[in-house]
Design a protein around this ligand. Structure first.
Ligand code: MSP
Length: 522
């Protein structure tokens, strides 16, 4: 395998203060679809997710639960593994920041920054928001009507005064700007890139990177009074997972620098400003790309615990079906934009795109083969007509289009390309009308159904990253050998052989009943 066929991608590591919600599921789902796509495309993929277990926020949640923080994080971290199972995520590893190897990596990066002269001891006085685990400037804090001072994110801010180590971020402005300039794809989408560039152009302040007022974190090397700022610890997970500080290890040599950190827009600054500066300061190559996606609202409303409208991923899977939810999340909203999770939109996607367009196509073709050809794959005899070529070419062209779109993390556009072939195939069925042609021209009817099988086979292979289980069932219906379902098998050499016995058709995407469709949201 050549070097360029390796791909390392990461999700943020999730705070274990809370149960997983749809936002967590979304970030990891996007990575999962991409990881599966790259694997099918012949890449050696390393897909990492995990949990962020240190810091004041987690410590407070443990206290509120009346538990020791380690026992608390052991328990809540498990919920994120459960989510990964429930969502059918294919992560290769799951990292926890409370693992001993991670303390070692965090201390090593600290030591490298210290040795390179980027850390000094001072004292911090300013605003801190525990919910964001972030420091804020005076001018960012506003007092609400309730008298509470809040950060722009809405998180409550408190005044902090304590001795602290600092990272010399103020000296990194030019290097960061030069880095963004030299690597135009480093931050995506472009609107986010512009935001980061103007933030950095506005000037950077040195960053407080240690705390003394609580204990739940990685100890600062040689100064037991301090623990590391949770974001320095957290970001380092991406390096820990590939064996940092053992930079000679096979994993580090193979996978670093990381190809993609997928993050929500709220945590872009940490990844696109602090993280490359920390890495360059420690003498490590920065990652290749950071993609910041948007946020979901629930029926038009901001999702928040206090409003009580958190979307529970386990519940929506139960209600709509796993692949239906996976499809909806990646199709409904242009990746990078904010989007609204509504029952109505979900039902429209399920009944329109899945049941009517794709489900019907598969069902119609499989049943006609059952009925007219005794359930065996017909031969494409009598020569290909233009209409057959057009459809087969469209299906063959899918991989290249999807590859481009997946590389740009334009998941919705990849799915859109697949659906344009699905719709083309439905139009072809309608025009060729095999139910009519079977009466006078059995040969032509066989050719039409064979064209459709080869089209559906390609569509389903390309859909596997998005809906692994359902795409697998479609391929099962076409009796496609499970060992011949990668992108290398998209060519006609792997067509379903004439005479193959196809199993009895069963619908892959049931329609949602109207009475359920009329209900208010979950
Ligand atoms: N622990 C940090 C990340 C450290 S990475 C080195 C963290 N954790 S988090 O659990 O609060 O959030 C994780 C992700 O969930 C973020 O990418 C965030 O954008 C995403 N989402 C949280 N709410 C969301 C929505 N309502 N919609 C979409 N994504 C959202 O931040």
């Amino acid at each position: 395998m050549s070097d360029d066929k390796r791909f390392y991608l990461t999700t943020p590591i999730y705070y274990v203060n809370d149960a997983p919600h749809i936002g967590h599921a979304y970030t990891t789902l996007a990575c999962d679809a991409l990881a599966r796509f790259m694997r099918l495309d012949g890449y050696d993929v390393f897909f990492l997710t995990g949990t962020d277990e240190h810091g004041q926020k987690v410590e407070k949640s443990a206290q509120a639960a009346g538990m020791d923080p380690q026992a608390f994080t052991d328990r809540v971290s498990e919920n994120f593994r459960e989510l990964a199972k429930a969502m059918n995520f294919s992560n290769d590893a799951f990292i926890r920041t409370t693992e001993p190897r991670h303390a070692r990596a965090s201390q090593a990066i600290w030591q490298a920054l210290m040795d390179n002269g980027h850390i000094y001891l001072g004292s911090y006085s300013g605003w801190y928001a525990v919910r964001d685990e972030a420091f804020y400037d005076e001018n960012e804090i506003a007092e609400g009507e309730d008298g509470i001072r809040r950060a722009p994110s809405g998180a409550e801010a408190e005044w902090v005064e304590e001795p602290s180590y600092f990272f010399d971020l103020s000296k990194w402005q030019d290097r960061l700007l030069a880095f963004y300039e030299a690597n135009p794809d480093f931050i995506a989408p472009p609107s986010r890139r512009n935001e980061v560039v103007s933030f950095v152009k506005g000037g950077l302040k040195d960053l407080s990177i240690s705390r003394t007022s609580f204990k739940w974190g990685v100890p600062v090397p040689d100064d037991a009074d301090h623990i590391m700022y949770v974001w320095l610890d957290a970001l380092t997970n991406y390096a820990t997972a590939v064996d940092y500080p053992d930079t000679d290890s096979p994993d580090f040599s193979m996978y670093w620098p990381c190809d993609l950190h997928m993050v929500g827009k709220d945590i872009l600054r940490f990844h696109a400003v602090y993280w490359p500066a920390f890495l360059m300061g420690a003498g490590i190559d920065p990652p290749k790309r950071i993609f910041a996606h948007g946020w979901w609202t629930n029926e038009g409303q901001k999702i928040s615990k206090s409003i009580g409208n958190i979307i529970d991923p386990f519940e929506v899977i139960e209600r709509y079906g796993l692949d239906q939810v996976r499809y909806f999340l990646l199709r409904e909203v242009p990746f990078g934009n904010d989007g609204d999770f509504s029952h109505r939109a979900m039902v429209n996607r399920i009944n329109g795109d899945l049941a009517n367009d794709l489900g019907n196509l598969v069902q119609r073709v499989a049943s006609m083969i059952q009925r007219y050809f005794d359930g065996t794959m017909p031969v494409h005899a009598g020569g290909h007509r233009d209409a057959d070529h057009e459809l087969l070419d469209a299906a063959s062209g899918l991989l290249e289009t999807c590859r481009d779109r997946m590389r740009a993390q334009a998941f919705h556009e990849a799915l859109d390309a697949v659906w344009s072939v699905v719709r083309q195939a439905n139009a072809y069925v309608d025009r060729q009308a095999p139910w009519a042609s079977i009466k006078e021209d059995r040969v032509r009817t066989g050719a039409v159904l064979a064209t459709l099988v080869q089209t559906i086979r390609r569509v389903a292979i390309v859909l596997q990253p998005f809906m692994p289980e359902s795409a697998g069932r479609i391929l099962d219906q076409l009796a496609v050998d499970p060992g011949r379902r990668t992108f290398a098998n998209l060519g006609s050499a792997d067509n379903v052989p004439v005479g193959t016995a196809l199993p009895k058709p069963s619908p892959v995407f049931p329609r949602m009943q109207e009475e359920t469709a009329g209900e208010a949201s979950a």
